[in-house]
Design a protein around this ligand. Structure first.
Ligand code: ATP
Ligand code: MG
Length: 247
């Protein structure tokens, strides 16, 4: 089953002075239901714009965006927690916005926060949390809405390597368990090789999909630094020809 299909999507933005900037130029891609799909591409090529289109926060200039999902959720690069709410209050916020606050909401939130190692912090406010903890609350807030399509915009880019790996593993575990579809934007080939089934390589503006590489490795991947290097090499081998056509 298909979770997402983009067909010939063009996105222009108006510029100061009246000109139009073509950011996406006939982007087509298909994401299968339950797939862990990643996108890499140069800064400014339109990755966030693509996620906005899928989320329904923007409308393409032309082309079609077909999403097969009951519920979508987005995890941004920065946690963007509400400073006046506690960890629990922030975790519940997504459900609140979606009208999903029922009697079961709080126990479910507490269980997920506990699972993410935050049980000691549920009544604290965000300013007392480390960046990794804030990003876990951000992830919990999205997952509690039970999305079948989870969009992630460089969610772990600002974290140190150990925290990043911990959150990647949390995410993989929940993905295995719940079977939602993930679209994960990253600048790191090593990261997407660790996480994803597919890596879509995007060109610079006006942006096209240069190619989609299938990672094709068993999971779990890369438990040691040596395995990690091998993984990066694998991703580079897989995507090199696409990057070569990306300018
Ligand atoms: N609302 C907007 N109005 C005008 N231009 C925009 C708007 N949103 C994005 N752009 C332009 O579209 C291009 C793509 O932006 P986008 O944020 O999608 O890139 P990105 O690939 O996510 O970059 P990064 O990797 O740095 O996050 C940029 O040139 C940006 O200036
Ligand atoms: Mg971006």
């Amino acid at each position: 089953m298909t979770a997402l299909r983009l067909t010939d999507v063009v996105m222009d933005f108006p510029q100061v002075g009246g000109e139009r900037l073509r950011v996406l130029d006939s982007v087509s891609l298909t994401v299968a239901s339950g797939e862990f799909y990643s996108m890499v591409g140069p800064s400014g090529c339109g990755k966030t714009t693509l996620l906005d289109l899928v989320m329904g926060l923007a409308v393409p200039t032309s082309g079609s965006v077909e999403v097969e999902a009951r519920r979508k959720a987005m995890v941004f690069q920065r946690p963007q927690l509400l400073p006046w709410r506690t960890v629990l209050g922030n975790a519940l916020y997504g459900m609140e916005c979606g009208g999903q606050l029922d009697g079961d909401a709080e126990p479910r939130a507490l269980a997920l926060l506990q699972r993410m190692g935050l049980s000691q912090h549920v009544h604290e406010h965000p300013h007392r949390l480390s960046e990794g903890m804030k990003q876990r609350v951000n992830l919990a807030r999205a997952l509690l809405t039970e999305p079948d399509l989870l969009l992630m915009d460089e969610p772990f880019a600002a974290l140190d390597p150990a925290t990043r790996r911990r959150l990647q593993d949390d995410l993989l575990e929940l993905w295995h368990e719940r079977g939602f579809t993930v679209i994960f934007v990253s600048h790191s080939l090593a990261e997407v090789a660790y996480l994803a089934d597919s890596i879509a390589v995007l060109s610079d503006k006006p942006t096209r999909v240069c190619g989609v590489a299938k990672v094709g490795l068993p999971r779990p991947r890369a438990a040691t630094p040596q395995a990690e290097l091998a993984l990066l090499q694998h991703a580079e081998d897989l995507t090199r020809r696409y990057f070569a056509t990306s300018v």
